[in-house]
Design a protein around this ligand. Structure first.
Ligand code: GLP
Length: 238
């Protein structure tokens, strides 16, 4: 099924089982001395966050670095990723430090600041979701594989996919700050989660397609230690 030898694929029944498997991997990383974890937002990691919240895992010596944030939303906005992370994890589990881009800060200052955060805290385990167009974080198709934290413009596909959280597509911010693909690739280990038929094509392209900037997740074929935890629907085109 998987012709790419670098990417280990774990197929699970559904998002619930995926959350449990992801939890086990995070637990193992903690036992192995993980100091920095990179975290995603979106619906996909919610089952993993539920497992983490309900566990006795201790993150008080771990620094968390989030992938991205919408530009223009204050941290207390209901749809900001800062708000999402508080609800999903940070209000329940104390971390040593948590970092997320500031959606109200100026581009020059915020990209420099966030790159310094990543440089000062090398990521042991980076957890990712994937967009239906194979974006990682908010690195949309066409993003440079060399990118660091940048201001990015959301594609129509992404606005369409994310409008379910807003009153209408018009409310979805058009820009975001996103950790770059080079920063993601600098992590020691990468775990990507994907569930549902609408992710099947992105997964197939990422795993078996050519490595091209048109498919941001295809860069993962070049990483030394990547695991995909995906459900049967997301695996259906492999
Ligand atoms: C969002 C986020 C990504 C996320 C992806 C999938 O736009 N920026 O980090 O992985 O889209 O989201 P979901 O898990 O809700 O399908």
């Amino acid at each position: 099924m998987n012709s790419n030898k670098n990417i280990e694929i774990v197929v699970v029944k559904d998002a619930k089982e995926g959350g449990k498997k992801a939890f086990e991997l995070v637990k193992q990383s903690l036992e192995d001395g993980m100091k920095v974890i990179g975290l995603p937002t979106g619906s996909t990691p919610e089952t993993m966050y539920a497992e983490l919240r309900n566990s006795d895992l201790d993150f008080s010596n771990v620094t968390a670095i989030n992938l991205d944030e919408y530009i223009g939303l204050p941290a207390d906005h209901e749809q900001s990723y800062a708000h999402f992370m508080k609800e999903e994890l940070y209000d329940t589990k104390p971390f040593k430090e948590t970092h997320i881009p500031d959606g109200l800060a100026s581009e020059e200052e915020e990209t420099a600041r966030y790159n310094k955060v990543i440089e000062d805290n090398p990521i042991d385990l980076q957890i990712l979701g994937i967009g239906t167009n194979a974006h990682l974080g908010f690195n949309e198709p066409g993003s440079s594989f060399d990118s660091l934290t940048e201001k990015v413009e959301l594609t129509e596909d992404t606005i369409e996919a994310n409008k379910r959280f807003f009153e209408s597509a018009d409310e979805v911010p058009r820009y975001a700050y996103s950790m770059g693909l080079a920063s993601i690739m600098s992590a020691d280990k990468i775990l990507l989660l994907a569930y549902g038929e609408n992710k099947a094509e992105a997964i197939a392209n990422a795993v078996n397609g050519p490595v091209t900037e048109e498919v941001p997740a295809s860069i993962l074929q070049k990483h030394k230690d990547v695991v995909f935890i995906i459900d049967e629907d997301a695996a259906s085109k492999l």
